[in-house]
Design a protein around this ligand. Structure first.
Ligand code: G6P
Ligand code: ZN
Length: 583
């Protein structure tokens, strides 16, 4: 057995190691600076309670992006030196973000050990590669991201760090082979266990969904299916679940072998970046080869986001969560006994609100960021939640879950088609959405993103929008210049949230303009970018009249978009005449 010593290495702080919405995200070139990752990892250990480090079991894995393998070896050596008892690594260093959450909550080691936390190595939907992004975040014992109190402590530690501990004698562990490597240090034994990346997650999914009924749907020749992992980690779960467990044809998977640079693409499942899937589904500019599949879905790099498509049909994430919530009790065994409550982030459309009202469910509107749902779930207040940013999930874990969302949709399709598999025509994704709009009304919704805008200009634009809120008559004058039919703004503010569980208050969570007909404009700066600023504009209009729910959404929203651009003086501040991405 390899014995190791602990070395104390002197170091000096790096600026800007503040974890954002989802951990620390920087260019690989930044992470590769000597001691940069070391400082952050040691600062994290210094921020955790002693019993979460000494003798603890910690998971380390991620979406497989460039620099992950080097990072894992470094973290192993620092963990050993800090007295961690064992490190669990998914084979090849791969675990999706939802799988990490599941492993923390569910996995029990041979000696009954359980993990108390995890380093997740991902920059989510940001591109990867030597000149792109890397990221690291810490998740806690409940399987969710570290709360702000912890991330602030980590940040404070990064500013004063003087030394880190490292076990340099530990050789690099072979991450491709399942098994345990054991070492002996000054504080006793230390193990690194490489385990199958998919099995714990698959086991959990089987307790939630009725795999037999989904399998029947997938084996029906009329039901065609396509899944695009955008070269991210979702691919390994897709192969295991959709192909091996549920019998889908292997040709239904595209880009399902994880690549360190995501094939040079942008692993974000939206209509702009999931080009190949969008074309296959008949939604691209050119017509697809052959008849598009009935159902399509995509994931982001770390597989927590999802996009759901029908044949020539896009399901907005805001509608997706509302439809899952409306159907969950009948279609998904995990929810058979009812929903504890539902929640959405503030910029997400109010489609879920309507479902909550009809079903008399507890409902919560939280700021952007999955961690706000975690608190509600830990308190047993929320079963299903979702965000406009292509995140959907439930209280089975404490992260959003891209594969779960697909299984939820497949469950709904399987349920609706139970008696139709031998018939002429299946109920389609589009049918389900149209029926939902007919019953609940439709929230026309779009988001305009202005990426990589000058940070100063973005701040000025936001400040202007806040200033303007103090005089609604002036706001409404501008609006009336656009068209007499555009409704008035009746309230304008910055969203503030008081957590019903711990009472904490989060201010400045997005600038809102609320109109008399229930329409909304929301403006936010993205918290996940790594270059310049990204301005997001969320535009929403409710249509209750079932005769008017089938318009093209860009056409329906055109006047409101105009209002948003004028009120924000978008072009004046940013120099941009068009957004980078429209979803
Ligand atoms: C991450 C979080 C989500 C959040 C999203 C917002 O994906 O996990 O909960 O909705 O970031 O991103 P943004 O770029 O809009 O800050
Ligand atoms: Zn992600």
């Amino acid at each position: 057995m390899v014995m190791f010593m602990v070395t104390r290495k002197e170091t000096t702080p790096f600026e800007g190691q503040k974890p954002g919405t989802s951990g620390l995200r920087k260019k690989v070139t930044v992470f590769k600076q000597p001691n940069y990752l070391h400082n952050f990892v040691q600062s994290t250990f210094n921020a955790l309670a002693a019993d979460q480090v000494k003798g603890a079991t910690i998971v380390v894995s991620g979406d497989g992006r460039y620099f992950s393998k080097d990072a894992i070896q470094i973290i192993i050596k620092i963990a050993a030196a800090n007295g961690v008892r064992r490190i669990w690594v998914g084979q090849n260093g791969l675990l999706s973000t939802p799988a990490v959450s599941a492993v923390i909550r569910e996995r029990v080691g041979a000696d009954e050990s359980q993990a108390t936390g995890a380093f997740i190595l991902t920059a989510s939907h940001n591109p990867g590669g030597p000149h792109e992004d890397f990221g690291i975040k810490y998740n806690m014992e409940n399987g969710g991201p570290a709360p702000e109190a912890v991330t602030e402590k980590i940040f404070a530690n990064t500013k004063i760090i003087k030394e880190y501990l490292i076990a340099e004698d530990i050789p690099d562990v072979n991450l491709s082979v399942i098994g345990v490597s054991s070492f002996d240090g000054p504080e006793g034994p230390f193990d690194v266990e490489v385990f199958d990346s998919t099995s714990d997650y698959v086991k959990l999914m089987k307790t939630i969904f009725d795999f037999v009924s989904i399998q029947k749907l997938l084996s029906c020749p009329k039901f065609t299916f396509c899944y695009d992992a955008l070269h991210g980690v979702a691919g390994i779960y897709a192969k295991r679940i959709f192909v091996e467990e549920l019998g889908a044809n292997e040709n239904s998977l595209i880009n399902c072998t994880p690549k360190e640079d995501f094939g040079g693409g942008h692993p974000d499942p939206n209509l702009t970046y999931a080009k190949e899937l969008v074309a296959r589904m008949g939604l691209g500019k050119s017509s697809p080869q052959g008849e598009p599949p009935e159902f399509g879905a995509a994931a982001d790099g770390d597989a927590d986001r999802n996009m759901i498509l029908g044949k020539r049909f896009f399901v907005t994430p805001s509608d997706s969560v509302a439809i899952i919530a409306a159907n969950a009790v009948q279609a998904i065994p995990y929810f058979n006994s009812g929903l504890k409550g539902v929640a959405r982030s503030m910029p997400t459309s109010a489609a879920l609100d309507v479902v909550a009202k009809k079903l008399h469910l507890k409902f919560f509107e939280v700021p952007t960021g999955w961690k706000f749902f975690g608190n509600l779930m830990d308190a047993g207040l929320c079963s299903i939640c979702g965000e406009e940013s292509f995140g959907t999930g439930s209280d089975h874990i404490r992260e959003k879950d891209g594969i779960w969302a697909v299984l939820a949709w497949l469950s709904i399709l399987a349920f609706r088609n139970k008696d139709k598999l031998d018939g002429e025509k299946l109920v389609t994704v589009e049918d389900i959405v149209l029926q939902h709009w007919a019953t609940h009304g439709r929230h026309y919704y779009t988001r305009y993103d202005y990426e990589n805008v000058d940070a100063g200009a973005a701040k000025e634009l936001m400040a202007h929008l806040v200033n303007q809120q103090s005089s609604l008559p002036d706001v409404n004058k501008i609006i009336k210049e656009i068209g007499p039919d555009v409704p008035n703004v009746i309230q304008a503010d910055e969203f503030e949230y008081k957590d019903p569980v711990d009472g904490s208050i989060s201010k400045h969570q997005g600038i809102r303009y609320l109109f008399e007909d229930g329409s909304r404009l929301v403006f936010r700066l993205s918290g996940t970018g790594s270059e310049g600023a990204t301005i997001r504009v969320y535009i929403e209009q409710y249509e209750e009249d079932s005769m008017k729910t089938r318009r093209d959404s860009q056409a329906a929203l055109a006047p409101l978009v105009d209002v948003a651009l004028k009120l924000s003086k978008m072009q004046e501040f940013t120099g941009r005449s068009a957004p980078t991405v429209i979803t």
